[in-house]
Design a protein around this ligand. Structure first.
Ligand SMILES: [Zn+2]
Length: 185
């Protein structure tokens, strides 16, 4: 789907519809409905990240330090469901790393400046420290629009992803194939 349609910016209305469908399908979450309704009425929470797409420069940091995006799929849904929804979210989908060729023109001047600073720091570290060691790069671009499919150049499914919400346990990807891998997309 991503290779056909790209990545859509965060739309809370679409996510709210998914949340509603999820609650219908997961009988175990029925008791949680009043709490979800209360959270949905919190406009600030509802609108968090509206219209945004976050893209990280380093897949290693995503797998080891922010694995919840891969394991649970949507931070917005996680916020609305809380811990009660973790098990249901883990059962859905396949942890997927989407690889982009991001045109730097899509980044803000501030992001480009911060990236230049980060790269300069890395250049200095290589010169004076350990050129054989690859650090985890914590660098994120915040895009304000959809990612067109032309920017997508690949994807893979990590074998294990660290779950930062559950004592940093490594979670093994049970079935590392998506519809695209199977040629069904
Ligand atoms: Zn796949």
């Amino acid at each position: 789907m991503y290779f056909r349609e790209g990545i859509r910016k965060n739309d809370p209305d679409v996510l709210a519809a998914r949340l509603s469908a999820l609650l219908d399908e997961e009988s175990g979450l029925a008791y949680h409905r009043p709490k979800v309704a209360e959270l949905l009425s919190d406009q600030e929470l509802y609108d968090r990240d509206r219209g945004r797409v976050y893209v990280t420069a380093d897949d290693k940091s995503l797998i080891e330090s922010a694995g919840h995006y891969l394991i649970y799929g949507s931070e917005w849904l996680m916020c609305m469901l809380g811990h009660a929804g973790h098990e249901a979210l883990r059962r859905r989908g396949v942890p997927t790393m989407l690889q982009l060729d991001l045109p730097l023109s899509a980044a803000t001047v501030r992001e480009r400046s911060q990236l230049a600073e980060t790269l300069l720091q890395e250049w200095v570290r290589i010169k004076v420290n350990r050129p054989d060691w690859v650090p985890e790069l914590d660098f994120t671009f915040c895009l304000r629009g959809d990612v067109p499919p032309e920017w997508l150049v690949g994807h893979y499914h990590p074998e294990t992803v660290v779950d930062v919400h559950h004592s940093y346990i490594p979670r093994r990807t049970a079935n590392p194939y998506c519809a695209h891998c199977r040629g069904a997309d």
